[in-house]
Ligand binder design. Structure first.
Ligand SMILES: [Mg+2]
Length: 345
């Protein structure tokens, strides 16, 4: 059982754990594992990006990126309009966010699916239809707040809320399955579940999510989550990283990066900081894999299990605002569940 205070601690674990994974992977995103090794050896802490990094150049070590910013943005929209998700409002919030990011001089802008959806909306396609080809990991990377808002059971209600928030940008079977997996893992963690139980819940949610949205081709997310975790189980960290890079894949494709995040969770044995460190060394979409893996781990461990000294080094995040958001999301969840207590699955 988790009471409201413990749920808030775990909700904070999800949001701040995600931020740690995001910031640790910021300088290594888009790089090959060989380039990461050449620049840093093995990344074990926050490092600054190389001067020629395509999107992270100039950012100080420990800076969060779009993964955390968009998750917090989605969280605020969920709190403001809990019952019926406002697609137009969400899309406008993403557009405003990108404008703000550009004004700050950042190069880390909207991802391919979100960009495509917003272009479609600008061309007159209704928000509800714009996400029909969105199949990359952008929905999964920012879905954490839905897992905080929604109790793990009934699972179909959680998955339906995930699908609703995906509609404008990622309305495809593979993106909804991926986001549902991550949200379900976070949700079970907030309820008091451990990372293994969360992984099981994630695979079940992915199975449900795959039946929603426009079907697109790609490996089955539920099957690939189970497979990726089995692949690395009991392996030493270096060997596991090679297996994830070579076989699971670390690209923005949902069927690569999302199962990769679950494999990282397995290698880290649910330790949020370890999950962030492992992710940062993968190459490819390191910051998103780190944000997803450490966010899920953080939900299952709680804020008190995260390294407080590293949290104090994070840049670009207002911890007071995150705490207020976590409390608001948990309050909405408790209202939804109809009582102050909630059974852990
Ligand atoms: Mg990012």
């Amino acid at each position: 059982m988790a009471d409201a205070a413990e749920m808030i601690d775990r909700a904070m674990g999800a949001l701040i754990g995600g931020a740690l994974g995001d910031a640790l992977g910021m300088p290594t995103q888009l790089l090959s594992p060989a380039r990461i090794a050449g620049l840093y050896g093995h990344v074990e802490d926050f490092v600054a990006p190389a001067a020629d990094h395509p999107v992270s150049k100039g950012l100080p070590a420990g800076t969060i990126t779009d993964d955390t910013e968009q998750a917090l943005l989605l969280g605020r929209i969920l709190v403001e309009a809990d019952e019926r998700f406002d697609h137009a409002r969400w899309v406008n919030a993403l557009l405003d966010w990108e404008r703000d990011v550009k004004a700050r001089g950042s190069y880390d802008l909207l991802g391919p699916s979100t960009k495509r959806a917003i272009d479609a909306i600008n061309d007159g396609v209704p928000a509800e239809e714009a996400g029909r080809s969105g199949d990359t990991n952008g929905a999964a990377m920012r879905i954490g707040p839905v897992g905080i808002l929604m109790p793990p059971e009934p699972l179909d209600a959680l998955v339906a809320k995930v699908a609703e928030t995906c509609r404008a940008t990622h309305n495809t079977s593979i993106a909804i399955a991926s986001a549902a997996a991550v949200a379900a893992a976070v949700s079970l963690g907030v309820s008091g579940g451990d990372w293994r139980a969360a992984s099981g819940q994630a695979a079940a949610a992915a199975g449900l999510g795959a039946t929603l949205g426009y079907w697109v081709t790609g490996g089955d997310i539920a099957a690939r989550i189970v497979w990726a975790q089995e692949l690395v189980r009991g392996k030493a960290e270096k060997e596991a990283i090679k297996l994830i890079v070579d076989l699971v894949g670390t690209g923005v494709a949902s069927q690569e990066s999302v199962p990769a995040a679950f494999a990282v969770l397995e290698v880290a044995q649910g330790d949020p900081w370890r999950a962030a460190v492992i992710s940062a060394n993968l190459g490819g979409d390191t910051d998103t894999i780190g944000a997803v893996a450490a966010g899920m781990a953080g939900a299952c461990a709680g804020l008190s299990k995260l390294p407080q000294d590293r949290i104090s080094m994070l840049k670009g995040i207002d911890l007071g605002e995150v705490r207020a958001l976590a409390a608001d999301l948990v309050a909405a969840r408790v209202t939804r569940a109809g009582s102050g207590k909630e059974a852990a699955a």
